[in-house]
Write a protein of this length. Structure first.
Length: 259
């Protein structure tokens, strides 16, 4: 019995959900060759072969069509998915993208809010709603930024090392001038650091963000340490280094004047 249980535990799982999760992981890969996308499409189709009513897989096939510029086919997929499952967060996200692309922001936000309501733990829906609410290119109001914050907090509950959610949350706190909150989340971004999926080295620049949050709270010694960390970072540009050095000098003058 033990041997049978052991074999079953590690046996390949040919289920719709397993193929869907593989497809989603491939879809989210940073792959310019297009190979991951093609493999993802195959996985979603395998999932549907096993479960023809898996609305999420249909919606992701729509995302792939949208990425290829085939927007009519993408919309058809989203509407087919929502007909299969009216509570499909993925289908709602797809419909939201259509509205946002057409400049119908309120309509798009309505779809995204419904997506989060239907899938409060759905990472895609949470991330898309937060991003749409707090977009710096869409004149987000303070109220919209505040509405976005619980979405990022929910993502962090699901994965405490979700660096993108923490970074976006830190920047939201900065926009609200909540400097302790910004400090906390920028520190978390630095704790997580670069990841294997990163296309560029950029996390070193968060030392500047953190230093600003510390300055705003009068924590000058800690701010100086962050600026020094930026100067010592591999990849820092001349402009960034120059800014850090000027702030170090300015903060040291402030400290001297206060003695």
């Amino acid at each position: 019995m033990f041997v049978l249980a052991f074999l079953l535990m590690f046996a390949p799982q040919d289920t719709a959900q397993v193929h869907f999760e593989r497809g989603r992981a491939l879809f989210e890969e940073h792959d310019d060759s297009g190979d991951a996308e093609r493999e993802a499409e195959s996985e979603f189709r395998r999932a549907l072969g096993l479960d023809p009513k898996l609305a999420a897989a249909v919606a992701y096939l729509g995302f792939i069509e949208a990425g290829r510029g085939r927007h009519t086919e993408a919309e058809a997929a989203y509407r087919r998915a929502i007909a299969m499952d009216p509570r499909s967060p993925e289908a709602r996200v797809g419909l939201a993208w259509i509205s946002l692309r057409a400049g119908k922001r309120d309509e798009g936000l309505g779809e995204l809010r419904q997506a989060v309501k239907d899938g409060p733990k759905n990472r895609l829906a949470l991330r898309e709603l937060a991003g749409a609410l707090a977009s710096e290119t869409a004149d987000a109001t303070v109220e919209m930024v505040r509405e976005a914050i619980p979405c990022w907090e929910a993502l962090i509950v699901l994965d405490r090392d979700d660096r993108d959610a923490r970074y976006d949350l830190a920047r939201a706190y900065r926009r609200l001038k909540d400097w302790p909150g910004a400090e906390r989340e920028f520190r978390e971004v630095l704790r997580i650091g670069q990841t294997p999926d990163d296309m560029d080295v950029w996390v070193y620049a968060v030392h500047l963000d953190l230093a600003e949050a510390l300055e705003r709270q009068g924590k000058y010694d800690e701010a100086i340490r962050e600026y020094e960390a930026l100067v010592a970072s591999e990849g820092a540009g001349e402009d960034e280094i120059g800014l850090a050095k000027s702030r170090i000098e300015a903060l040291r003058k402030i400290k001297t004047q206060r003695r």
